[in-house]
Write a protein that binds this ligand. Structure first.
Ligand code: SIN
Length: 288
């Protein structure tokens, strides 16, 4: 797929590595199958896609997300009462951002990690609060042949334990703050995923480790695993694999969670930010 194949969408690439802004579509409408197919292809091609000047009700946000698959109700992070599939990511002015800060792949501690998330921006700080993305297919391609061979056979263990028991996470349990968590057995569980995964549709290979949820390699101790995980996570988020979304009110962003890592920035303490997030369920990750 190259951008010249798109008939209904206008594509503006963000960097040489990844990311695109898309125009020519109104996501509040029940978009045609042709337009949906092009959006899905753009997602698989660019990893993270954005749509400016949208105006979505909660129902329209959910309807668009459902085109990609069933919607996740997060086992830990509380959704909205009326729309449990929507997480209200609200950071009031004067507080630190603490959700999604730091590089990660969403929910890699699930047996079937999320396919991707779709965010809709309601209140955006005048400066700060950008989201960074890094292309994990490029990260794979830029490994040496020797390291690729070693990683092909490796399986990694992922767990939510550290991330969801950190001091900033503990404050959110049963809290009445803008983002609240509920207790879940999933925090104590761990799952296995191949270190190199193959995209279920394009077949392209990607590196699949992240510093938030990957604890060690199967059959290796945590101490043995740590140096290689640290190396891979630093490599995976190299600046030349990245793009950056500068949010605007009314912007919709979506990423393919099998292709990219992302990180929300915590650099706008004095300002409010409100973004609604819906995540689409994914499937078992396969190696090559
Ligand atoms: C996330 O979904 O991980 C947070 C993204 C953001 O707030 O920019």
């Amino acid at each position: 797929m190259t951008e010249t194949n798109f008939k209904t969408l206008k594509i503006e690439k963000l960097t040489g590595a990844m990311g695109a802004m898309i125009s020519g579509v109104n996501l509040s409408e029940n978009i045609s199958d042709e337009q949906f197919t092009e959006i899905r292809d753009a997602l698989f091609t660019y990893g993270a896609i954005g749509f400016r000047n949208q105006n979505l009700s909660f129902g329209e946000h959910s309807r668009f997300a459902k085109r990609f698959g069933s919607l996740e109700v997060h086992p830990i992070v509380n959704g909205m009462d009326e729309h449990p599939e929507i997480i209200k990511m609200h950071k009031p002015a004067g507080t630190a951002a603490s959700f999604g800060v730091g590089w990660h792949t969403d929910n890699s501690f699930f047996e079937k990690p999320s396919l991707g998330s779709i965010l809709y921006a309601e209140i955006i700080p005048p400066v700060g609060g950008d989201t960074l993305f890094a292309n994990q297919q490029l990260a794979y391609q830029h490994l040496s042949e020797g390291l690729k061979e070693t990683l092909e056979g490796l399986v990694a263990i992922h767990s939510a334990q550290d991330a969801y028991t950190s001091p900033s996470a503990l404050e959110k349990y049963d809290g009445d703050g803008p983002i609240s968590y509920k207790k879940s057995e999933i925090v104590t569980q761990s799952v296995e995923h191949p270190v190199i995964i193959q995209h279920p549709v394009t077949g392209k290979k990607a590196l699949y480790v992240n510093s938030m949820f990957t604890s060690h390699f199967k059959g290796w101790s945590v101490e043995e695993s740590q140096p290689l995980i640290e190396y891979l996570c630093a490599h995976a988020t190299r600046i030349d694999f990245q793009c950056r979304f500068r949010w605007e009110k009314g912007m919709v962003a979506m990423w393919d969670n099998r292709i990219v890592q992302h990180a929300a920035l915590n650099d706008y303490e004095q300002y409010e930010r409100l973004i609604y997030r819906i995540t689409v369920n994914g499937d078992t990750l396969k190696s090559s």
